[in-house]
Write a protein of this length. Structure first.
Length: 216
């Protein structure tokens, strides 16, 4: 017998995610490079992210070296790859456009790799066109502040793709006060305010609880 599906999110009505969508206008466009194995992952967060942000595109694959759509975007934008590689520098608000060079006049494009740590590494290594991009990572206070409770991750408090994207956007768009990070305490469990992206993160927290309810 066929299951009833939500017309919007295309998921079984019992696991519909529409209640966790909150429309948010991001100034910086987002591009997610998603591993094929993540597409139908019920606990994945990219579906929430893409439907919440007004400018978020998802490309599916493993080796993007010759991907026409990606290479076109790389040529027309100022790409910023959120990936904690060896050459990655800590992302700060000063990474927003601040000079008049031809490259800096292009619109920034935040690129995220969505997959397990092992698969994301493989995707990066295979995709030669990503190697020359500006690589950034999140400040430690953010990178270790994940609330991804519903899925086994490689390290404790690792961020979901949704959380990492929201934190990165908040930094790039001046929605996050970096002076607050120096006073952040994990013991006090105080939240890091992310301006316009607070709503998405709150909905993500509710999504976690919703998914956990199926385990009871």
């Amino acid at each position: 017998m066929a299951r009833n599906l939500c017309e919007q999110c295309k998921r079984p009505t019992i696991s519909c995610i529409c209640a966790f969508i909150i429309e948010t206008n991001n100034k910086t466009p987002v591009l997610v490079l998603q591993h094929p194995s993540e597409v139908k992952q019920s606990k994945g967060t990219v579906a929430l992210l893409q439907r919440s942000l007004n400018d978020c595109q998802v490309l599916i694959g493993e080796d993007f070296t010759h991907h026409t759509d990606l290479n076109k975007l790389l040529s027309t934008h100022q790409p910023i790859l959120l990936y904690p590689g060896e050459s990655a520098k800590v992302l700060m608000s000063c990474d927003r456009q601040n000079n008049n060079s031809t490259e800096e006049k292009k619109q920034p494009l935040l690129i995220i790799i969505d997959g397990t740590w092992k698969k994301a590494y493989r995707m990066f290594m295979l995709s030669k066109n990503l190697h020359s991009l500006k690589q950034v990572c999140l400040p430690t206070q953010l990178a270790n502040n994940g609330q991804y409770l519903i899925r086994k991750v490689a390290k404790k408090n690792a961020l979901s793709s949704l959380e990492a994207t929201c934190y990165a956007l908040a930094l790039l768009e001046g929605e996050l006060d970096e002076t607050l990070l120096s006073n952040f305490s994990y013991e006090k469990t105080n939240k890091i305010e992310c301006g316009r992206y607070k709503g998405i993160l709150n909905k993500f927290s509710q999504f976690n609880q919703f998914q956990l309810s199926f385990r009871k």
